[in-house]
Design a binder for this molecule. Structure first.
Ligand code: PHE
Length: 473
């Protein structure tokens, strides 16, 4: 282990950084709408079971691999497999995936930043107009916004693990919680708020179908930032005294709690905006919910609280989403940066510059694929749909390769690194772990049903996206 590798300064710093990665756009809007549409309390329960029974062992394995080797995913897979070239390739997938996901996540983050800037400058009314979204995503402000977001990320990552990533999480995560709670407190005072809460929470078992179950598991997996090499990389910055079991559990609890509480903000707001709404009509995509529906909802609030206060609430909301997106973006860009530092002996600044040049190029091309440049907008077509560059990156890396990476982690731990080694690593800083029920559960599940379940989801996603066929449909 290299002595000069940077470390998080404390367990709390690590937990906040990992939770900062996990809490993202998916938690704030994706989860609430999915839950409301797909069985309410029944979905919630199922989601929580998936988080703790399936995702938590994978999360612990990723952190343990990172800490054991003190390396990025390529170095880590290599170190634990005698530099086997196949496993190093699996590690490479664990570096390319976050790089490409960072590309499309950057595009979403720069849109959010523009929305924030527009609301703060008093133009909520414009944001709520029908043309706003397509005008904004095709405007030159994109590049200005990209420069601002890029500089922030560069500044955070350039300051290193402790003074950059950890410090940013220590500021943004508590701020995020406070903003979330304030918004929930306000939303609950609105007329008809209870109807939203009821819709959100009352269990409806009839809605639970195989496709909802598979969707819930994918959502849980993505929400915890698994399969992106992030937790391997963050795990490489923790000390042997850190208890991985409790840290991972706290990250999972925080992520689930934020998703749950976000529902208490979003659903009552939707119902108070339109008491007759049927949530099954709500769009599936978080994107149209944040960028098209919510601005209208905030503007409607002016009738009761006035334009200024409605704009303030919208500003708080977009700042909240921006913080959530920024901490996720930082975590995901750190993975290729760590790779270049470890494997190509680059300094942090050089590694960052390389990633920024290439990532920036891809991000610009993706941002242009919403109409500004024709060939990028209709790049290709598959599964019966025309696809832009942004769609291709999203489908390939976020939807397809992510579960594959999760599967590879399970197989690697079970059949190459071996589970007694995992167990030993998880016992560092946690002496009693080895004999616990959880240890037995992790040991058993990672080599049996977890990879099988992830494999089924993977096959179904491939069939659905590329061949237009849903096995669970
Ligand atoms: N967990 C994030 C979310 O829910 C997903 C993510 C993490 C995306 C890290 C990018 C980087 O939105």
């Amino acid at each position: 282990m290299s002595d000069n590798r940077e470390h998080f300064s404390s367990r709390l710093g690590f937990i906040l950084a990992a939770a900062g990665s996990a809490v993202g756009i998916g938690n704030l809007v994706g989860f609430p709408v999915n839950a409301a549409k797909n069985g309410g309390g029944a979905f919630l329960l199922m989601y929580a079971i998936f988080i703790f029974m399936i995702c938590l062992p994978v999360m612990m394995a990723e952190m343990a691999i990172g800490r054991k080797t003190a390396k990025n995913p390529v170095g880590a897979y290599g170190a634990l497999s005698d530099n086997n070239s196949m496993w190093r390739k699996a590690g490479l997938l664990g570096v390319i995936t976050p790089f490409m996901i960072a590309v499309f996540y950057t595009v979403l983050t720069i849109w959010i930043f523009i929305y924030l800037a527009v609301v703060v400058s008093g133009n909520l009314e414009y944001l709520a107009s029908p043309a706003a979204f397509s005008e904004i995503i095709n405007s030159p402000y994109l590049f200005l916004s990209m420069a601002v977001v890029g500089s922030l990320v560069y500044f955070i990552l350039g300051s290193g693990v402790k003074d950059g990533i950890e410090r940013a999480a220590k500021i943004m995560m508590p701020a995020l919680f406070i903003m979330l709670i304030l918004l929930v407190a306000f939303v609950l005072t609105l007329d008809n708020a209870m109807a939203g809460i009821k819709f959100y929470l009352i269990p409806d078992l009839d809605k639970i179908s195989p496709s909802v179950i598979s969707g819930a598991l994918s959502q849980a997996f993505f929400s915890l930032s698994l399969g992106m090499g992030i937790l391997v990389t963050y795990g490489s910055y923790i000390s042997k005294q850190t208890n991985i079991e409790t840290s991972a559990t706290l990250v999972a609890i925080t992520d689930t709690a934020v998703a749950f509480i976000a529902g208490l903000m979003v659903m009552p707001a939707i119902f108070s905006f339109n008491p007759d709404i049927n949530p099954s009509e709500l769009s599936d995509s978080s994107v149209s919910l944040i960028f098209v529906f919510l601005p209208k909802l905030f503007l409607a609030l002016q009738a009761t609280v006035g334009y200024f206060f409605a704009s303030t609430l919208a500003s708080v909301f977009f700042l909240l989403v921006f913080f959530a997106a920024l901490t996720s973006l930082v975590s995901i860009i750190e993975v290729p940066v760590a790779y270049l530092m470890d494997e190509k002996s680059k300094t942090r600044k050089k590694a960052l510059s390389t990633i920024f040049i290439w990532g920036g190029l891809f991000a610009v091309l993706s941002a242009l694929s919403f109409g500004m440049v024709d060939w990028l907008t209709s790049l290709t077509s598959y599964g019966g749909k025309s696809k832009s560059l942004f769609d291709v990156i999203y489908d390939m890396f976020y939807d397809t390769i992510l579960p594959l990476n999760g599967l590879l982690i399970c197989l690697f731990v079970s059949f190459r690194w071996k589970k007694h080694n995992l167990n030993q690593e998880l016992s560092e800083g946690n002496e009693t772990f080895g004999k616990s029920v959880l240890a037995k559960y992790v040991d058993f599940s990672l080599g049996t049903f977890i990879p099988v379940i992830i494999f089924v989801i993977f096959i179904n996603t491939v069939a659905k996206i590329y061949f237009g066929y849903d096995m669970f449909g």
